[in-house]
Design a protein around this ligand. Structure first.
Ligand SMILES: Cc1cc2nc3c(=O)[nH]c(=O)nc-3n(C[C@H](O)[C@H](O)[C@H](O)COP(=O)(O)OP(=O)(O)OC[C@H]3O[C@@H](n4cnc5c(N)ncnc54)[C@H](O)[C@@H]3O)c2cc1C
Length: 425
């Protein structure tokens, strides 16, 4: 790779997600050459991807150019590349645009969708981890509505209007709520000749309750909110196959659906090259110590979703959400500076700020420390927190404007098929 020799030690950060940019921003003033590599040239604010999928927000308002996030840093370099392999002994990363040596390496690659080895589901389901995937869901939904409006066959029409979401974690719940808002407030005006009651929203969860990472109270309230919006919630149900037309459940039941969205799990986006013992196999996360050093390496770190750190408070690792990623990035920047100065490193302790999920208009659930609340106040807090967390002033303004417009007009304006989605044959 074409990078100048600045005479400084080089730190290579792989991944410009919450963890990677938190680290890079906090390296301002530290005497290192900082190289950030990501396969996209933008940071994705994943918590609002579901609003892109359901026409509530334009994709540009939840993505932010990585060069812009970091252009105030001296000695900062960005390369848009996909890292394919790492040679930890030779201290080199191998990418699709060339190789690069490092003094320090930070793995901040997050996660990818986990289909649990089900090849049919991996082929035909719609995942939602990236902006292009969210746009595919939006296009598919609108294309299927266009087809349904012109469809005389009631069986075919039912399949086109059947939305099946697998996984009732925060993403699945928020997505189901947003589809229900479209059904209740938007599509009846757009598709006046369709019987909108034919649109079904089915949410499947393998466990006994929705929002498994949250409190019982949050699950109960979220289920009530979903049902009030018309979402059919199916608990203790496992999706075992999908062939692009038909969903088969583990008990043998089948449903026809042309909209099958998979939010049932993630696995670490680990990169080839390290010995297998540094990974927690079933999770694909790198084992790290309290300083985020990957097991057996002093100068290789993992932060965010890809890092697996056992602590007394979190014996099974930290939750794969934005806050641990941001906090680990901040601490690692501090620790790198300490390392360069020969000072003792500080161990990571997670400050849990709580968990929230929103379920359509005016409703959310929140677990913040010992406080558990639900309804309008939780929704208000949810909006405030997400607005503040968005990267970039422009994005905050655009999202705020969109939300205000949607709220007042009961509308979701981005109902646009900008590029057709072609389902796999
Ligand atoms: C739909 C959805 C909704 C969510 N909602 C919430 C929420 O409401 N609240 C919350 O706290 N958390 C939420 N999360 C989780 C949160 O987004 C993650 O915990 C967070 O993004 C983790 O940050 P990270 O930096 O570890 O990884 P990421 O943000 O995933 O960033 C990883 C980066 O690495 C890049 N990358 C990966 N592999 C390579 C490679 N080989 N070469 C080059 N680049 C690579 C990727 O392009 C990406 O930019 C949600 C996640 C999803 C998918």
């Amino acid at each position: 790779m074409n990078l100048p020799d600045t005479g400084q030690k080089r730190i290579v950060i792989i991944g410009g997600g919450f963890a990677g940019i938190s680290l890079a921003k906090n390296l301002k003033g530290v005497d290192l050459q900082v190289v950030l590599i990501d396969r996209h040239n933008y940071h994705t604010f994943q918590p609002l991807l579901y609003q892109v999928s359901t026409s509530g927000l334009e994709p540009d308002s939840i993505a932010y150019p990585l060069r812009k996030v970091l252009n105030e840093l001296d000695n900062f370099y960005f390369r848009m590349a996909s890292v394919q392999r790492i040679d930890p002994d030779g201290k080199t990363v191998f990418t699709d645009i060339g190789n690069l040596g490092y003094d320090y390496l930070v793995l901040a690659t997050g996660t990818k969708t986990n289909f649990f080895g089900n090849q049919n589901i991996a082929r035909y389901a719609m995942p939602m981890k990236t902006v292009p995937q969210a746009l595919d869901i939006r296009s598919l939904m609108l294309q299927n509505f266009e087809k349904a409006d012109d469809c005389l066959d009631p069986v075919e029409r039912k399949a086109l209007l059947n939305f099946c979401i697998v996984g009732a974690g925060p993403t699945g719940v928020e997505l189901a709520g947003a589809f229900a808002e479209l059904k209740n407030n938007v599509f009846p005006k757009d598709y006046r000749h369709l019987n909108i009651d034919e649109m079904e929203i089915n949410l499947f969860e393998g466990g006994p309750r929705v929002l498994p990472p949250m409190s019982e109270n949050a699950s109960k309230k979220a289920t009530e909110f979903l049902k009030a919006l018309g979402v059919r919630v199916h608990l203790n149900v496992i999706a075992s196959d999908y062939d692009g037309e038909r969903l088969t459940l583990k008990d043998g039941t089948t449903l026809n659906t042309k909209n099958f969205i998979w939010t049932a799990g993630v696995t670490g986006a680990a990169i080839e090259g390290f010995a297998t013992h540094v990974l927690v196999e079933r999770l694909n996360r790198y084992k790290v110590n309290r300083f985020n050093q990957v097991e057996g390496y002093d100068t290789v770190f993992a932060i965010g979703d890809i890092a697996y750190m056992e602590t007394d408070g979190f014996p099974k690792g930290h939750p794969q959400v934005a806050q641990p990623a941001i906090q680990q990035g901040e601490l690692l920047a501090d620790n790198l500076e300490r390392m360069l100065e020969g000072k003792e490193l500080k161990p990571f302790t997670y400050r849990d700020k709580g968990t929230m999920a929103t379920i359509g208009r005016n409703k959310a659930v929140a677990d913040i420390k010992k406080l558990k609340f639900a309804g309008f106040f939780a929704w208000f807090i949810w909006m405030f927190v997400h607005l503040m967390a968005l990267v970039g002033f422009r994005n905050k303004v655009v999202v705020f404007f969109n939300w205000a417009y949607n709220y007042i007009n009961y509308d979701k304006a981005a109902r646009l098929i900008m590029r057709r989605f072609r389902p796999k044959a």
